[in-house]
Design a protein around this ligand. Structure first.
Ligand SMILES: [Fe+2]
Ligand SMILES: [Fe+2]
Length: 341
């Protein structure tokens, strides 16, 4: 149907032209459809946290930064409807580390949804994580927005032939550059699931897609990529707009491709350096941290969604909201105000 292919931007342009010409009638059909689509979303706020990298060491400094985030989120007004956790809860996938993270998440007193990162997974191939948190891929609907979470850190077997112990397997992939681990992906089972999951959704359904790694080739050498992202993007190409949110990069990074806008989140643990590649537009790097200050350049993301699915990045930072907000100020209005395509 032609009407459904007309984007909101086109609609606004056409709407103006129509008013000027004083001829509403030919466009009344799609006005109804678009207004209907907008009405589907009720405004709400959600928070995105990730890459806490908790160690099995009491009062480790990453406990303190995560704790600070939890306290801030608890006090937030308006209260977020829920929290999305982007993975790398633990540092070496140990039960004790994951249990520590579980307690922090519970302490927030807010519903949360979680996906795994590589640091949570490769000691026991996700067994403890799954016992604690359930299925690593999921979907849910909230106030008219469809959220999808996927496990993007699956690699081909690099350990059996090398006769590696579970600890060796974990330690290898815990490195930023693992030369034997190969590329990550969501793999066949999740691709099949995703196809079925979105089959009956209308193209104007607002989508937020959550993965640990970015769905574009940022810097594959550090697994700042997802090998089967092109397949994911193809499946998702039917939608008007997809907001993709990822962790793993421990830094603010923004990109646009196809019908996607992509947002990389801060960690609560430490910031990674920017890889030696040119960033996509906008070419913006966040301020580098003060190495003596454990609360600097770490943080989380705070997103307000309005009724037309134009998210607003409010910006949050554990030490002071100021710097993160400064970053938001640098971005073009369309990003700041919503990541509008
Ligand atoms: Fe991480
Ligand atoms: Fe990671």
């Amino acid at each position: 149907m032609l009407e459904k292919r007309i984007s909101r931007k086109q609609f606004l342009k056409l709407g103006t032209a129509t008013v000027a010409a004083g001829a509403f009638a030919p466009f009344s059909g799609f006005v109804d459809i678009l207004e209907g689509a907008e009405k589907k979303v009720s405004p709400f706020r959600f928070v995105v946290v990730g890459d806490t990298h908790l160690y099995d060491i009491p009062n480790h400094r990453f406990d303190l930064t995560f704790k600070r985030a939890v306290e801030e989120i608890k006090k937030m007004k308006p209260k977020p409807d829920f929290v999305i956790f982007l993975g790398d809860l633990a540092q070496f996938g140990k039960k004790t580390e994951l249990e520590k993270g579980y307690k922090f998440l519970k302490e927030m007193g807010i519903d949360y949804k979680i996906i795994p990162g590589e640091h949570d997974w490769y000691l026991d191939m996700g067994t403890t994580w799954k016992n604690m948190f359930g299925n690593p891929y999921w979907h849910f609907e909230h106030k008219g927005v469809h959220f999808i979470g996927m496990n993007s850190i699956l690699v081909r077997d690099y350990w059996t032939a090398r006769q590696m112990s579970p600890e060796e397997r974990m330690n290898a992939i815990a490195e930023l550059e693992c030369h034997i681990c190969g590329l990550w992906g969501v793999r066949e089972e999740q691709l099949e699931w995703l196809k079925k999951e979105v089959k009956n959704l209308e193209p104007n359904t607002p989508i937020v897609l959550i993965t640990h790694s970015p769905l574009w080739d940022y810097y594959p050498r550090w697994n700042f990529q997802t090998e089967d992202a092109p397949e994911i993007r193809k499946i998702m190409s039917k939608f008007e707009k997809v907001i993709s949110i990822h962790g793993h990069v421990h830094q603010i990074v923004y990109n646009e491709f196809d019908n996607f806008v992509s947002l990389g989140n801060l960690a609560t643990s430490w910031p990674w350096p920017y890889p030696p590649v040119k960033l996509p537009y906008p070419e913006i790097r966040m301020f580098r941290g003060d190495p003596g200050d454990k609360f600097d350049v770490v943080g989380y993301m705070n997103v307000n969604i309005d009724k037309s699915f134009l998210g607003e990045l409010v910006g949050s930072k554990i030490k002071a909201v100021a710097k993160y907000s400064e970053w938001a100020t640098f971005l073009p209005d369309k990003v700041k105000k919503g990541i509008e395509l």
